[in-house]
Design a protein around this ligand. Structure first.
Ligand SMILES: Nc1nc(=O)c2c([nH]1)NC[C@@H]1CN(c3ccc(C(=O)N[C@@H](CCC(=O)O)C(=O)O)cc3)CN21
Ligand SMILES: CC(C)C(=O)C(=O)O
Ligand SMILES: [Mg+2]
Length: 271
């Protein structure tokens, strides 16, 4: 498995870092088999696999449950667990207890938390040995306030994002995810920081990219952000399921090859 040091070294060797979300055993197996560097068990699982219209309903238990399955599917891939809404940013003691619990119960190699206000939290985690990935720009847990719009479009907001990025690095963040920000700004921040900057909707000059598994594979997602490129098509699963439905209704399935055959009823009836 690539460890944190390897991943951080890749930035300095100018090798692009790849990250993809996974939420369960089969998706994790596929991401690992594809050779992707890192898995993010995103709280996007609330939308992609649990069917909520927002990430704010995702619980600590949801995150741990899904991450344990991911670890079984991808035991050799560096895995990051999202801290769900309400589990961080409330009070220093609670925040760190939640990070410790997610880290040790899930088996993930790092926790990720949204927002530039978390420098104390990042510092406290780092001090006791929990690696933290920071997430700035569009932070979906705050969508109730910001919506899902591109962030840092004004000069003040751009300067604030630069300040926050520097601050999370100084607090000890091991990596930074930048979501939905102008590409020139993301490029600047990537050069400014020593830690890897992973972009989603942040242009091509970040140190790496992350996308959501279900978006990349067109797997029953509702709407796609502009930054999504679809590389595969799992929606054709519906065609297969319709075919199954039809064959059972018409008595076409199961055929001989799928049937257990004995003469057991001869014996039962001759008794
Ligand atoms: N399937 C999925 N993919 C994601 O990338 C994702 C999730 N779910 N859930 C958690 C967050 C939410 N994210 C989102 C959700 C919507 C937009 C979106 O619709 N953006 C619009 C712009 C909207 C606006 O300007 O107001 C776009 O066209 O990109 C972006 C990011 C990213 N994350
Ligand atoms: C979109 C990525 C960065 C994320 O936080 C998630 O999938 O939850
Ligand atoms: Mg997330």
């Amino acid at each position: 498995m690539l460890i944190l040091k390897d991943l951080q070294q890749m930035k300095h060797n100018q090798i692009k870092l790849t990250m993809m979300t996974a939420y369960d055993y089969p998706s994790a197996k596929q991401v690992e088999a594809a050779g992707i560097d890192m898995i993010l068990v995103g709280d996007s699982l609330g939308m992609t696999v649990l069917g909520y219209d927002s990430t704010v309903y995702v619980t600590m238990e949801d995150m741990i449950h899904h991450t344990k399955a991911v670890r079984r599917g991808a035991p050799d891939t560096f895995t990051i667990i999202d801290m769900p809404f309400g589990s961080v940013g409330i009070s220093d003691d609670r925040d760190i207890c939640n990070a410790v619990r997610l880290y040790r119960e899930s088996g993930a190699q790092a926790v990720k938390a949204e927002g530039g206000h978390l420098t104390t939290f990042i510092y406290n985690c780092t001090k006791i040995g929990v690696p933290v990935v920071a997430h700035l720009g569009l932070t979906p847990q705050s969508a109730g306030i910001t919506g899902y719009a591109v962030q840092a479009k004004t000069k003040d907001a751009a300067l604030q994002l630069i300040t926050d990025s520097k601050a999370v690095e100084e607090a000890g963040a091991v990596m930074l995810v930048l979501e939905a920000v102008p590409s020139d700004l993301a490029s600047h921040i990537s050069r400014l920081l020593s830690i890897p900057v992973i972009g989603i909707g942040a242009g091509r000059d970040t140190d790496g990219q992350v996308l959501v598994y279900h978006d990349v594979l067109n797997y029953a997602t509702d709407r796609k952000p502009k930054f999504v490129k679809q590389y595969g098509d799992f929606s054709n699963g519906v065609t297969a399921l319709s075919h199954y439905n039809h064959e059972v209704k018409e008595g076409l399935f199961p055929t001989e090859e799928f049937i257990y055959k004995t003469k057991i009823m001869d014996e039962v009836e001759n008794d």
